[in-house]
Ligand binder design. Structure first.
Ligand SMILES: [Zn+2]
Ligand SMILES: [Zn+2]
Length: 390
């Protein structure tokens, strides 16, 4: 292991260069053409079997000897944000920015593939390197799974990581069980009847009805769920009406619903619709509700977490392996892989020592690049532990 860690430490310059090149050329979900090409070339040069999957997905397989199959996943997409940093490797693609660290994830997994290929004589098993498009939406994990990335050979365990500026560099964060929330969508149309403002009794006011719905939906959180469970209902847009003296006949509302308990998640559409139905009925209005399930709750495999944490604590490169107390209310489509096979999603501390980096999705986001090599060491440790135990 020491030899491997020394090798990773020597790769620091290459890792930074890889990340910065990706950072300069960010691409949106399912449009990661340059990124995928670069990833494919890098992996092919390592002599790996490389496959293109689900538009811009790339999967490489390293088969060494009979044994378990471990999958490692990185996401490659950027966000529709105009970068506001002044780094010299700033985005050259106007309006698109790697503001979530996926450039780092891609660089980490490429370097991991290089290291594991170099030391393959020490392995017994198969490793799949999954480079996934569109984590920021509409979601690349699902189409990749449908295309068979977890089969042939059947994947036994999968690991993923996310760069995190709220943890100092050297800290690895992990949760037992729920890691991040399910993110579901409300699309609601409140239907009334237009009329003159002076004769409210002759119309049905969609704006008034929508107002009551906006207020009352929060009572689902405060009055209808176990206070030990967590949920968020956020109505992010509302549109309707024509002018001040016309009763609005239609209001469109969109929102997101976040839950971290899969059972509660299933109950939310009913609870929400019940409120909407009650209020619209009371006003003589009507509604159309389109409720879509998005990314599911991301649930780590607890026994695997408990098995891996002590092994990670033995690695000198990490300062701390920290159990994070609560799941995040953000969503992550790594959740789909974990519905199929046991695995763990880690938070890779990249906030430096001073922790003065901006949060993900901020136009000034950046992170401590010395965390990149720790990401590689994390992936390698996890892989070797699984393969050695077989
Ligand atoms: Zn993100
Ligand atoms: Zn992300």
């Amino acid at each position: 292991m020491k030899k491997i860690i020394d090798f990773v430490n020597q790769m620091e310059e290459e890792l930074t260069a890889l990340r910065r090149d990706l950072h300069r050329h960010p691409e949106l979900g399912f449009a990661e053409h340059r990124t995928a090409k670069k990833v494919k070339n890098y992996l092919s040069q390592l002599g790996l079997e490389v496959e293109e999957v689900a538009t811009t997905g790339v999967v490489a397989t390293l088969k060494v000897a009979p044994g378990p199959t471990i999958a490692l996943r990185a996401d490659m997409d950027a966000l529709p944000i105009t970068e506001a940093t002044d780094v010299d490797y700033k985005s050259q693609n106007e309006g698109v920015m790697h503001a979530c660290g996926h450039d780092g994830h891609t660089a980490i997994l490429l370097a991991t593939a290089k290291v594991l290929t170099k030391f393959k004589d020490h392995l017994a098993g198969t490793i799949k390197f999954i480079f996934q498009p569109a984590e920021e939406g509409p979601g690349g994990a699902k189409p990749l799974i449908e295309a068979g990335v977890l089969t042939d050979p059947e994947v036994d365990n999968i690991f993923g990581l996310h760069i995190n500026n709220q943890l100092p560099t050297g800290t690895i964060g992990v949760q037992k069980s729920a890691v991040s929330a399910a993110a579901d969508e409300i699309n609601l149309k409140v239907i009334g009847e237009s009329g003159h403002a002076s004769t409210p009794q002759r119309g049905i006011d969609a704006i008034y009805t929508a107002g009551e719905i906006v207020t009352s939906l929060q009572s689902v959180i405060s009055r209808q769920i176990d206070p030990h469970h967590t949920a968020v209902i956020n109505l992010g847009t509302i549109e309707g009406g024509y002018r001040r003296n016309v009763i609005a006949d239609e209001v469109q509302i969109t929102g997101t619903v976040r839950t971290t308990d899969p059972d509660l998640r299933e109950q939310m559409p009913h609870k929400i619709e019940r409120v909407i139905k009650g209020i619209t009925t009371s006003q003589g209005a009507d509604y159309e509700l389109d409720y879509n399930f998005g990314y599911p709750v991301l649930i780590n495999d607890t026994p695997l977490v408990e098995e891996m944490v002590p092994k990670l604590k033995e690695v000198d490169s990490f300062n701390q392996i920290k159990y994070l107390p609560r799941p995040s209310m953000g969503a992550e489509d790594f959740a789909y892989y974990l519905r199929e096979v046991p695995g763990v999603f880690f938070r890779l501390g990249a906030g430096g020592e001073t922790m003065d980096y901006y949060d993900a999705h901020n136009s000034k986001f950046n992170f401590d690049e010395s965390a990149l090599k720790l990401g590689v060491i994390l992936f390698i440790t996890l892989t070797l532990e699984r393969i050695k135990d077989f």
